[in-house]
Design a protein around this ligand. Sequence first.
Ligand code: ADP
Ligand code: ZN
Ligand code: ZN
Length: 765
Amino acid sequence: MELFADIIIDISHSRLDQTFQYRIPEPLQGVLEPGNVVEVPFGRGDRPTKGYVLRVTEYSACPPEKLKEIARIETDLAGAESKLTALALWMRDYYGCTTVQALRTVLPFRKRAAQRKKRTVELKLPREEAHLLLEKLRQKNQKARARLLEALIGEPVLPREVVTGSLKITASVLLALEEQGVIACESEQVYRTPEVLRRLREEGEDGRDTASETPAEAGREVKQANTAETIRLNRGQQNIVDTILSEWDDPDCREYLIHGVTGSGKTAVYMELIDAVLRKGKQAILLIPEISLTYQNVIRFYHRFGDRISVLHSRLSQAERYDQFERARTGDIDVMIGPRSALFTPFQKLGIIIIDEEHESSYKSETVPRYHARETAQKRAALECAKLVLGSATPSLEAYYEAETGKSRLFTLTERATGGTLPSVTIADMRAELRDGNRSIFSRILYEKISERLERGQQIMLFLNRRGYSGFISCRACGYVIKCPHCDVSLSLHRNGRLVCHYCGYEREAVSRCPECGSPYIGGFKVGTQQIEELVSRNFPRARVLRMDADTTRGKDGHAEILRAFGDREADVLVGTQMIVKGHDFPHVTLVGILAADLSLNAAHYQATERTFELLTQAAGRAGRGAEAGEVVIQTYVPDNYAIRSAAAQDYLSFYRQEMAYRALSGYPPAGDMMALHCTSEDSKKLDVAAAYLAQFARKLARRYEADVIGPADEAVAKINDIYRKALYVKHPQAKALTAMKNVIEQYIEINTGFQGIRVQFERR
Ligand code: ADP
Ligand code: ZN
Ligand code: ZN
């Protein structure tokens, strides 16, 4: 049997969708795999050219005798591109997308930007010889040459612009002198530098004290950012580093989870690990959520690793981004710090991937392929024999489940590295407030504490958790929330006044009285950050209030500016959405008020409780980061809810156990696996019909696989920009079964004309 390979020739080229077919010679059959780098005859004169195998197939698109044959496989030179190509192909198969979409995601360095060059003219003659030559040139009246030589005697390296500009030397003169060996015209690749690094470098001229030291010399001692203070890892931290390094060559020990409270010294551990990895001659990727990618965080790494690090963030231009990847590929840097997409940094000798705050939902892509950085990092680490270290104060259920089931090794850090106590937490029962006639957004206890802290000149953060808020209906008298009888997620109130489930499509009338207690105080929550800002100002006229939300941070540095102002104590109260809870240290904040803890609890999503626990724990962790002890008030209508109770007690394990029990009961991940099919179209009727057919087909298929199909239903936002959106969910205990079902469904969609004009995207979990 003959075998053929689909090959892509130049992945740095924009025409990724162009593949070429080649015959696979006998000896390579069964050996050649997708991702392999091969040499093939290509183009005019059949030039030997490097290609990447995308697919091995039994079918040829044209008569086999017309196809050329692969010359050889390059095994020794399996560079970063080849491994990343293999990763892209895995993403295509697992997440469901086209080869081109996968390659575009993984190989962004394809977008070659015009390179910037620094061009110089350099004197190549020893001084005396140059003087002699200058005499001669003057005698011969060769004015231009003499002018250049004289300038170069004064300054042996001149920028090319100066030479051709103010000195008015022509290219032909330069060429002639270069041929005589008098000068050399050099051009050097200049990389565009991300803003934050530029700032660090400029300040570094005097501020930096350790960057000249090699990491090896820095040894075990971690020098701190703004101070010269050195710290020694404590026992818990050192144990993590030692264990991981002792298992370095064991391919069965690949993944680690550090569950450490905020401030327990995880970052210090990351730095030590990266240092060790660099000493092994390998490279490191550190993923940090974009929002935590602040100057303060990056500077710690810069002080330790100097110019060996680079940073990616969303505000980089295409060219700057390209340059950072190029520096990684050529070995100009060894550490890349950045959000999700930094995972695809083309290091040739990747040693470790670290994912900080691994629970963050920003690690999941919202565009096709909808990959999750954690899963994809697992795959990349496996492909490149690198270690994967996850860190979080509130690990995702997935990560903790893997540690519990032995897939990864768990480390726990329970105390803040600098000492200090965790804040004390009070739960304010808003049902009782209503009962006692307090209809304000502030509970009495929060009101009192705000006044108290203001009097003492301390700072306060008020957090309104609207994340994933989907218009649910709840009772202010008893806390009852109207849920779907089939899916155990809250129903959302629609404009037409009906309550809808976004998983299965179940609908019912809205209510005017609570079905549980009969109270008329049932409805949606309408308060936003702006109203809270106004309320604080009205209630506490002397307080200076700052607000941070999507509106106030729109400008380029809006986010950083608000944080700076609050950090410099230009305000007493910071009101904000989840933006304010992430990783910013304000030592003068002694009170954190969580105004409506339930808002995210009742989001119409199976992860709503997990997200709430995360946010509450992180928000609570903002209080008392300085010398003064901190206090937290959590306002809620469901004070007995386990997410609220365990967040208040800072008890992750108790939360994990209860939440896992719920997931197991309902077959949600990580107890089982789940896949979503998102369907979109401009034509709502066509979408309805297509989604119904898709559901019918999936249900038939599900019988064979023993899977569960839920839906179709409108998405939480049923229409965006005049595009209608519907979703379907498939549940099965095993990921493999879902992948198999996905493949069949993909084919069904491809051959079925009813799906023209309908886009279907797959999403895992
Ligand atoms: P995390 O990443 O877990 O939030 P960090 O690594 O940022 O924690 O550490 C929190 C604070 O504790 C930092 O100011 C850091 O300098 C300090 N720190 C970390 N490890 C130690 C240590 N072994 N001894 C003293 N201070 C430490
Ligand atoms: Zn009620
Ligand atoms: Zn439902």
